[in-house]
Design a protein around this ligand. Sequence first.
Ligand code: 5RP
Length: 231
Amino acid sequence: MPDAARAGTALRSAAEVEKRAAARAAAELVAPGMTVGLGTGSTVAHLLPALAARRLEISCVATSLQTARLATELGLRVAPFGGARELDIAIDGADQVAPGFWAVKGGGGAHTREKIVAAAAARFVVIVDSSKLVPVLGPPVPLELVAFGVAGTLARLAPAALRDAPPSPDHGVIADYLGEIGDPAELARRLSETPGLVEHGLFAPDMVSCVVVGRGEDAECLERAPGASRA
Ligand code: 5RP
């Protein structure tokens, strides 16, 4: 195998080790009887077996069909998210996390359901490998758009482009905002105010309770700064 390819494989597997470490640590935050929101992605794919191995009496809500399928195969009880208004905890990955806990999510196009689930949870735990901690957030920012009038919506969101991805389970079109982020609060406001936007992938710090980051085979739990409203 050429050196560059070998280095790439080693990097990928180092990230996998960290994802697994973060996921396993987060699984320990779940207690019997809890209602649990399950995110989407490769880090969550490490969470599900770790959670299933604990054999707790819990009820889960899944943010994607993939997660629902895998969780069910592993023996976790997955219920539709219709009746319950609140969840005890939600655990999910992220594409980027900045020092002030602004996060970008939606690399898998599931950010609308992920944000609904995070907002419903008393505690929202983000699990990442250390490469996801960035000094400053950068593009892309995932978007979900209404299909009706999508060309005009994209033009108002410029620079933005459709992603080559299937529609969301709620029939939204997946796209990405490609411009500089600058002040994430300001950009989040601008995106939210655009007609035709279903949801964007910027998650504000007040959604996030803690970030569990893999460091080699260990995990470190970064709690949000005091004064914040989340548990
Ligand atoms: C899916 C997400 C994922 O949580 C995010 O893309 C991180 O994915 P991964 O754990 O595979 O790196 O937001 O919509």
